[in-house]
Design a protein around this ligand. Structure first.
Ligand code: ZN
Length: 249
């Protein structure tokens, strides 16, 4: 079975639709889509992105921005631009959007004892830790009960491998990267961000997991970010959120 894993759509409909079109075009046979959350926050199309996620995702967890919009996590934890976007999103959610988001509110899910799906870290999921250093990677591995764990949150695609002796290797992804895994090691895979990449590449990012070939690939697709930029500005969201889509930072 192929699984396409998406995260951090952040209300960017153009990026989300481009990813779904590429998945549809590239998938040969049956597949499932997994969403790792942060469906909303930052972007101008929260309702449509929630609706689409509900329609296409077989498995879904929520992220810290979704929790912020729902009032389930402290808004003081966010920077000022993120807080403005969360308040804007809260004010623009329809009743269906609100209910749709509420229904997806798991923080962590485990699939067949093979993979864990969570937005931030499997270690203390409610604390939304970033896995960006060896120390945080070590903690994340200690919270894992499966060989694979798929995460989002940092908006930077990355593979982190822990050997049985505890040695950790951090592999930063190129524009397209594939790893073949074995079940002796443990793997944390950051699938990057659909709607707001922060690795210097302004293309939407997601991952493809093939559990028969035992491979995970990071994929990119170009999208019409200029259209999203115009919508962000027209919506009265902070201009910085429009500018960063162009640089992918
Ligand atoms: Zn995010």
């Amino acid at each position: 079975m192929k699984y396409f894993i998406i995260s951090d759509v952040h209300g960017n409909l153009e990026a989300f639709e481009a990813v779904l079109a590429q998945i549809e075009a590239s998938a040969n046979g049956e597949y499932r889509i997994v969403s790792l959350g942060d469906i909303v926050g930052y972007g101008p199309d929260p309702n449509r992105c929630i609706e689409l996620t509900t329609q296409v995702a077989f498995v879904s967890v929520l992220g810290n921005h979704d929790y912020g919009v729902l009032g389930l996590t402290e808004i003081e934890l966010f920077n000022s631009v993120a807080t403005k976007a969360i308040l804007w999103t809260r004010n623009h959610l329809t009743k269906d959007g609100w209910n749709g988001l509420q229904r997806l509110k798991d923080r962590i899910l485990i699939s067949k004892g093979i993979a864990t799906f969570t937005h931030a870290s499997p270690f203390e999921p409610s604390e939304w830790h970033y896995i960006i250093t060896y120390g945080f990677a070590k903690m994340a591995f200690s919270g894992m009960r499966t060989p694979l764990c798929f995460v989002g949150h940092s908006h930077q695609p990355i593979f982190i491998v822990e050997a049985p002796g505890g040695a950790i290797d951090i592999i930063h992804c190129q524009e397209q990267s594939t790893i073949t895994y074995n079940t002796n090691d443990k793997y944390i895979i950051n699938v990057g961000s659909v709607g707001q990449p922060r690795d210097g590449i302004n293309k939407a990012c997601y991952a493809e997991w093939d559990d028969e070939a035992q491979t995970v690939s990071v994929k990119r697709v170009a999208y019409d970010f200029k259209k999203t930029q115009q919508k962000i500005c027209a919506a009265g969201l902070p201009t910085a959120l429009a500018l960063r889509l162009e640089t992918g930072l």
